[in-house]
Design a protein around this ligand. Structure first.
Ligand code: C5P
Length: 208
């Protein structure tokens, strides 16, 4: 198929980024993690020591770029690579408030819509809002407990802390996280990463 966009949405720690990366590798196309851009705006708040509401009015100070490479996405803020500063509990704590601001969503979506296809992209509202025309849409789910145990090794924090953070973020993200009506829902609670990737690839083959 010509330059398809494949969207993979789901709640935090549902495995969507790992799945998107592996599916993209198998197809030989870039993957994009849209959450990185919200994380970059959260980092702006931490750097400037301002609230989500205040950063909405300072977005013009920042040039945000996302560069997909075969292994990972690099995020540049005013030309500086900040990728390594985007996954920690400090950013986790402010990112949902940032992502609620309409001005922030418009800013991030404008960056995303400039990216040339084809690609596999993960997020919350990629299939429902940002790329409604995408040819293939998936929505991954898993219980909060399963998601917490998957995330503990990435956060260097106790299971209870990570579970609480996931439950809090589920609530905070609920409004922008409804699955697209035409998305395929995949419950990954009882699948390992490879199982989810196989399910996605199988569906793509069936629908091609
Ligand atoms: O996917 P990830 O956990 O990195 O996303 C971080 C945060 O960014 C989410 O908790 C959510 O608040 C926000 N987000 C969003 N819409 C997206 C992607 C992420 O609101 N498409």
């Amino acid at each position: 198929p010509a330059a398809p966009i494949i969207t993979i949405d789901g709640p935090s720690a549902s495995g969507k980024t790992s799945v998107a990366r592996l599916v993209a590798q198998r197809l030989g196309i870039p993957y994009i993690s849209s959450g990185l851009l919200y994380r970059a705006v959260a980092l702006m708040c931490l750097l400037e020591n301002v609230t989500a509401e205040e950063i909405e009015h300072r977005l013009g100070k920042y040039r945000l770029e996302l560069h997909p490479t075969p292994e990972a996405n690099r995020v540049l803020l005013n030309g500086k690579d900040v990728t390594e500063s985007l996954h920690n509990l400090e950013v986790d704590a402010v990112v949902s408030a940032v992502a609620k601001r309409p001005g922030v969503r418009a800013y991030v979506n404008a960056v995303l819509r400039e990216l040339p296809g084809p690609f596999v992209i993960d997020g919350r509202d990629m299939g429902s809002t940002v790329f409604p025309e995408a040819k293939y849409k998936f929505y991954l789910t898993a219980s909060p407990e399963v998601r917490a145990s998957r995330r503990v090794p990435e956060r260097d924090a106790a299971y209870e802390t990570v579970l609480a953070e996931i439950l809090r973020r589920d609530q905070a993200d609920a409004t922008q996280s409804a699955p697209a009506k035409d998305a395929l829902l995949l419950d990954t609670s009882h699948l390992d990463l490879d199982g989810v990737v196989q399910a996605v690839l199988g569906h793509l083959t069936e629908r091609a």
